[in-house]
Write a new protein. Structure first.
Length: 458
C-alpha cells in the first residue's frame, strides 16, 4: 500500500504538470492552431505518464518492467518528433532528437541515482535535464517564430538574447535547488545527506551564475557578487527554518537578514550598471525568497499542493530576476552582445536601447550600405577621426587602429590592403562602407533582406 504522503505528493505534482502543459498549449495554439496544440499537449501528457511508469518500475525493482518502461518512453518521444515534420518547421531534426533523448536519459538516470541514495549525482543530473529541456524549448520556439514571422517580428538570435535566457535559466535553477536544500534542512534529522547534496549542486549553480556575470563585468566583480550571493542563500535557509517554528521574533529577524542581503546585492549590481531597476530587482528577489521558504515549510509538513504552488511562483520570480538583470546588462553593453541594428528603410541606427536617425538622403550607394563616420563610430564602438589635409581616416577600436588613406588603402593589424568599396568623401563629410570596415575590425554583419535590416555582432 502506498504511503499516504507519497500519494498526496504525486497528486499535487501531477496537478502542477497539468498546469504547465496547459501553459504550453496556450503558447502553441498561437502558431499551430487549436487542433494541433491539443494533439501535441495530449502527447505530452502520455509522455509524463510514461515517466511515472518508469518511476514505478524502479520501485518494483523488476528489470523487465524498467526495460519496457524505457522502450515506451522512446516510442512516445518519436511520436513527438512527428509533429515537427507535420508543422513543416525548419529545424535541425537530428539535433532536436539528441536534445530530447538527453532529457529522457538524464531524467531516468536521476531516478535511478535517487533510488540508490546518490543524491548529489541525482540533483546534478536533474540540473542537466533542466538545461536540455530549456534548450529544446528554445529550439522549438525559434523554429515556430521563423515560420510565423508575421506574429513574432523584431528579434533575431544575438548573443544578447542568449545571455538573457542563460541568466534567467540559472536564476530559475537556483530557485529549485535552494528549495530542495531548505526542505531537506527542515527535515534535518532524516535528510541531512540530501541537504548536503543539494548544497553542493546549489554551489554549482552559484558558480555558473558567477561565470555568467564575469562574461560581462570580469572575474573580480563576479567573485565579489558570489560572496554576497552565498550570504543570501544562508539567510534564506535560516528564514525557512524560522517559518517552521512559532518564534515570530526569529521569523522577523531572518526576514530582515535576507532583505538586507538582497539590498546589498542590488546595490552592488546598481554600482555596476546604473540602468538596473533596483526596485524591481528587490521586489522580485524578496518575493522569490519568501515563496521559496514558504514552499519548503509546506513540504516539510506534507502540504504538497500548497508547496508546489509556492515553488512555481518562486521559480517565476527568480526567472524574471535573471531576465531583467541580464536585459539591463545587455543594454548597458550593446557592443559586447551584438545589439546593433540598422534599419535601411527608416535609416535608424539602434545601439542598445538608443535610436539615432541618420540624416542623409540615402545610406545606400551603388548597392552598398555606407554610414557617416560618426554613426559608424557609434555602431562599431570606436573613435573615428578624419585628417582632411592628408585625406586619411583613423578608427581606434578596442583591438587596434585602422587607417584608411587615399579613400581605399587600409592598414590594420600590420597589414595593408585595398578596399573594394572605398570611402566616399564629400567636402568634410566622410562615409564608410559598413560591411567592409566592420568585418576588417572583427564584427559579424548579418543582412535581413526581407525586413531591410542590418545586424552587427562582435
Amino acid at each position: 500500500m502506498k504511503d499516504r504522503h507519497l500519494v498526496a505528493r504525486l497528486n499535487s505534482w501531477n496537478r502542477e504538470i497539468e498546469d504547465n502543459i496547459d501553459n504550453i498549449y496556450t503558447q502553441l495554439k498561437k502558431s499551430v492552431g487549436v487542433e494541433q496544440a491539443v494533439l501535441f499537449t495530449l502527447q505530452l501528457e502520455v509522455h509524463n505518464d510514461a515517466f511515472q511508469e518508469y518511476a514505478i518500475a524502479i520501485q518494483s525493482d523488476v528489470i523487465a518492467d524498467k526495460t519496457q518502461a524505457r522502450r515506451d518512453l522512446i516510442k512516445i518521444q518519436e511520436e513527438l518528433f512527428q509533429f515537427f515534420e507535420e508543422w513543416n518547421l525548419v529545424i535541425d531534426q537530428s539535433n532536436v532528437h539528441l536534445v530530447l533523448e538527453a532529457v529522457t536519459e538524464q531524467l531516468t538516470k536521476s531516478m535511478d541515482q535517487y533510488a540508490l541514495g546518490q543524491y548529489t549525482e541525482a540533483y546534478r543530473t536533474i540540473s542537466q535535464a533542466y538545461r536540455q529541456a530549456s534548450l529544446f524549448g528554445e529550439q522549438l520556439a525559434d523554429a515556430l517564430a521563423a515560420k510565423h514571422n508575421e506574429q513574432y517580428t523584431g528579434d533575431v538570435y544575438t548573443s544578447a538574447s542568449d545571455y538573457r535566457l542563460r541568466m534567467a535559466r540559472e536564476f530559475g535553477e537556483h530557485a529549485f535547488f535552494v528549495n530542495v536544500a531548505m526542505t531537506n534542512k527542515l527535515r534535518e534529522t532524516l535528510a541531512e545527506d540530501k541537504f548536503t547534496a543539494a548544497q553542493l549542486v546549489l554551489q554549482d549553480n552559484s558558480n555558473d551564475l558567477a561565470d555568467t556575470l564575469a562574461y560581462a563585468y570580469g572575474i573580480d566583480q563576479a567573485a565579489q557578487w558570489e560572496r554576497l550571493w552565498e550570504t543570501h542563500i544562508t539567510y534564506m535557509v535560516d528564514y525557512a527554518k524560522a517559518l517552521n517554528t512559532d518564534d515570530t521574533s526569529a521569523v522577523s529577524q531572518a526576514y530582515d537578514d535576507f532583505r538586507v542581503a538582497h539590498e546589498e546585492i542590488a546595490q552592488f549590481l546598481r554600482n555596476l550598471n546604473s540602468g538596473l531597476n533596483v526596485e524591481l530587482f528587490l521586489d522580485l528577489q524578496t518575493s522569490h525568497a519568501y515563496k521559496t521558504a514558504l514552499a519548503a515549510s509546506y513540504f516539510s509538513t506534507n502540504k504538497y499542493a500548497e508547496g508546489y504552488d509556492s515553488l512555481r511562483e518562486a521559480y517565476v520570480n527568480a526567472f524574471e530576476t535573471g531576465f531583467s538583470t541580464a536585459k539591463a546588462t545587455t543594454e548597458q553593453l550593446p557592443h559586447k552582445f551584438g545589439m546593433i541594428t540598422l534599419d535601411l528603410d527608416t535609416q535608424v541606427l539602434n545601439v542598445g536601447s538608443t535610436d539615432y536617425l541618420i540624416d542623409e538622403d540615402s545610406i545606400i550607394e551603388s548597392g552598398r550600405t555606407y554610414l557617416p563616420m560618426n554613426e559608424a563610430a557609434l555602431a562599431l564602438n570606436s573613435k573615428v577621426e578624419w585628417d582632411s589635409d592628408n585625406e586619411m581616416l583613423q578608427m581606434t577600436t578596442e583591438d587596434g587602429i585602422l587607417t584608411v588613406r587615399n579613400e581605399d588603402q587600409v592598414t590594420y593589424g600590420g597589414n595593408t590592403l585595398a578596399l573594394e568599396n572605398g570611402l566616399i568623401v564629400e567636402g568634410q563629410e566622410v562615409k564608410l562602407p559598413l560591411r567592409a570596415i566592420a568585418e576588417l575590425v572583427g564584427w559579424t554583419v548579418i543582412y535581413d533582406k526581407e525586413n531591410h535590416q542590418v545586424f552587427l555582432a562582435q
